[in-house]
Design a binder for this molecule. Structure first.
Ligand code: PRP
Ligand code: ADE
Length: 186
């Protein structure tokens, strides 16, 4: 089963994947799709004025090519990626807890102290490929706040389910949630 969408001028068929017995998602995977990544980055950059933020920020993994392409197109030399595990090369990392529709249990988001120091006092645009429960977004906001940055915008390619009703985010397209038989959830 797939669900057709058109986003950033491109058509894709999203595979409908099980999350729980009665909750399915249309999996939007920009990762590995160069054409879609370039087009979505271009349209995401149009959602907020370039002078409203100093840096773009996201969490690994699927949004990494997207943030890189946004930086490349906008001429930004630096961007930030929160990691889902601490690495030996991350000095004195700060972390927050993260709950996402796609992952059972709790994840953590980490940021090295070196990145946190650069974020302090800066205006941050948070970007994600999909916002669904908002758990990942909330964790990213908490991490930026902990680093001393100020979130001045939140953008996503897709707002899934109830996220489409949020007024604090900007996005390119709504995406429904699905029942087990592939029909759209009310
Ligand atoms: O609003 P939420 O319910 O938090 O869902 C949205 C998050 O879920 C996906 O990430 P995923 O957990 O699949 O991680 P990945 O990018 O590392 O694959 C997506 O990229 C968002 O970050
Ligand atoms: N539909 C979706 N596709 C990919 N990642 C997601 N994270 C939350 N919803 C998602």
């Amino acid at each position: 089963m797939t669900y057709p969408i058109e986003v950033a001028g491109l058509k894709r068929e999203l595979p409908i994947c099980k999350v729980t017995d009665d909750l399915y998602i249309g999996a939007f995977i920009c990762f590995g799709d160069a054409e879609l990544t370039v087009a979505c980055a271009r349209e995401l950059l149009k959602l907020v004025p370039a002078d409203s933020y100093d840096y773009i920020f996201t969490a690994e993994a699927k949004s990494i090519p997207l943030i890189h392409e946004m930086a490349r197109q906008s001429g930004a030399a630096k961007y930030f990626i929160a990691r889902k595990g601490a690495k030996a090369y991350m000095p004195d990392p700060i972390h927050v807890e993260d709950h996402s529709i796609t992952t059972a249990g709790t994840q953590k988001l980490f940021l090295g102290r070196d990145d946190a120091d650069l974020i302090r006092g800066k205006r941050i645009l948070i970007m994600d490929d999909v916002i669904s429960t908002g758990g990942s977004l909330k964790a990213m906001e908490a991490l930026v706040q902990e680093a001393g940055g100020v979130v001045t915008g939140k953008v996503a390619v897709l707002a899934e389910g109830d996220a489409a009703d949020r007024t604090d985010i900007k996005f390119l397209k709504k995406l429904p949630l699905f029942n087990a038989d592939g029909t759209v959830k009310d």
